[in-house]
Design a protein around this ligand. Structure first.
Ligand code: NDP
Length: 407
């Protein structure tokens, strides 16, 4: 693994990338030389200008189509980074991993690969790269955002310090922010809508159980936000959590949505605007969801108007490490949209993803997390990552609950 300060190449220039690059620049002792490349260079330049103004650090910028493997290989060879940080879209994961293998550099991302023509986000495509990364002596770290990412680290921290085994796990993702728009998504609209319109899936007794999208709703009182409706849905960390915690009897993922969001989404779905298959329009092929994403507000423009907090955490029940019987713990982070915007010019959904991407990168370039092959967050020591969350803007808290969840 490389020495610090290191050279890093970040791909993608959306909200998550903006936060990550700002945070890297604020930690110049770890990230000495930052390079940023994306499809639209002007977006890289805007991030570089903001970073310069806020931190005084320089960021070099480039235009790249990350799906063009030879072009990516050339860029990596030119920049000579010790790590490529993929903050573009899930569709680019495999080409960027191919380029990393060819150029001989390690890899990190925040979202697992998803084919464009099927809303099926699963790890098996990336796990299949394990032997190639291992043989090349390189590391690929998958899913270093908040969820996936911090939620897996929270779980493994509970398993290291509080619980011998985990029987039941619930991941609760609440965005209590109000952006003042009738309908907008807080991260890439295409990916967000594909995720929430997919059928729900949860882990129960050794297998995934599929239920209709948005079919199970529960009201939960979130600290720092208040009561909110949350819906059970599928989320990618359930796959890695179940793989690395085989004792889990049940694992579920919940996300809050306001009534207005559900109303708009239902209409859009009913009229066919969320379809991901191509249709012919005036002789041209378009994908309705991509067209919809193009007309919706860009997530990076919502920062200035978004007020309120996010509260994302994990409730785990299992056998206590100290032998005191079954215990339930709730571990979470509360993040303010306004504070995130003040610090980086981006709202808290981008912030809560971009900061863990920076921390995962720091773990890799400092060698605190090391290995040859493809790894999930569950396979790493949670402690140094948890320390950095506290130090870099995402402080967490853990409390014991009276008993297992009753929903
Ligand atoms: P955005 O849509 O705001 O940004 C994506 C960026 O990737 C854009 O700058 C886009 O370019 C660029 N891009 C797209 N295609 C290519 C390509 N072929 N080559 C080069 N660059 C490309 O997304 P977000 O910042 O909101 O999200 C970034 C990633 O983070 C996504 O993968 C998302 O799924 C993930 N995420 C993970 C979370 C977690 O907790 N783990 C939570 C939220 C997001 P252009 O500007 O030209 O469109």
């Amino acid at each position: 693994m490389s020495t610090v300060p290191s050279t890093v190449l970040v791909i993608g220039a959306g909200g998550v990338s903006s936060v990550c690059v700002h945070k890297m620049a604020m930690n110049a002792d770890i990230f000495g030389d930052i390079h940023l490349a994306s499809r639209t260079k002007s977006k890289c330049d805007a991030i570089a200008a903001s970073v310069k103004e806020r931190t005084g650090q320089e960021v070099s910028t480039y235009e790249i189509d990350a799906e063009e493997v030879p072009a990516m290989v050339n860029l990596i060879r030119k920049v000579q980074p010790s790590l490529v940080v993929n903050l573009a879209l899930p569709y680019q994961d495999l080409p960027i991993m191919d380029a990393c293998l060819e150029a001989g550099v390690s890899y990190l991302d925040t979202a697992n690969y998803e084919p464009k023509d099927e809303a099926k986000f699963e790890y098996h495509w990336q796990w299949a790269y394990h032997d190639r990364f291992k043989d090349a002596g390189l590391m690929a770290l998958l899913g270093s955002g908040f969820d996936p990412g911090v939620t897996s680290v929270f779980t493994m921290w509970l398993k290291k310090h509080k619980l011998k085994t985990i029987r039941q796990l619930d991941i609760l993702d609440c965005n209590g922010g109000d952006h003042g728009q009738a309908f907008a998504t807080n991260f890439n609209p295409e990916i967000n809508i594909r995720e929430v319109t997919a059928p729900a899936r949860h882990w129960e007794n050794g297998e995934f159980v599929e239920t209709p999208a948005m079919g199970k709703k529960v009201e939960f009182d979130f600290e720092g936000v208040g009561p909110k409706n949350m819906y059970m849905m599928y989320h990618e960390e359930l796959e890695s959590l179940a793989k690395f915690n085989p004792e889990l009897e049940r694992a579920r993922f919940w996300m809050t949505f306001g009534d207005e969001y559900i109303k708009h989404l239902t209409v859009l779905q009913n009229v066919g605007m969320t379809r991901i298959d191509p249709i012919k329009y005036k002789g041209k092929e378009i994908i309705p969801l991509q067209f919809l994403a193009a007309v919706l507000p860009k997530p990076e423009t919502l920062g200035e108007t978004t007020k309120g907090n996010t509260n994302i955490g994990v409730i785990a029940t299992g056998e206590a490490l100290d032998g005191s019987g079954e215990k339930t713990f709730y571990i979470n982070n509360i993040c303010s949209h306004e504070a995130a915007y003040e610090e980086t010019g981006n709202q808290a959904v981008s912030y809560t993803t971009g900061v863990p991407a920076m921390i995962g990168s720091a773990m890799m370039v400092t060698g605190k997390w090391a290995g040859d092959g493809v790894f999930n967050m569950e396979q790493m020591d949670p402690d140094p990552f948890m320390d950095m969350l506290n130090e870099h803007g995402l402080p967490w808290q853990v409390k014991e609950m009276d008993g297992p969840v009753d929903f």
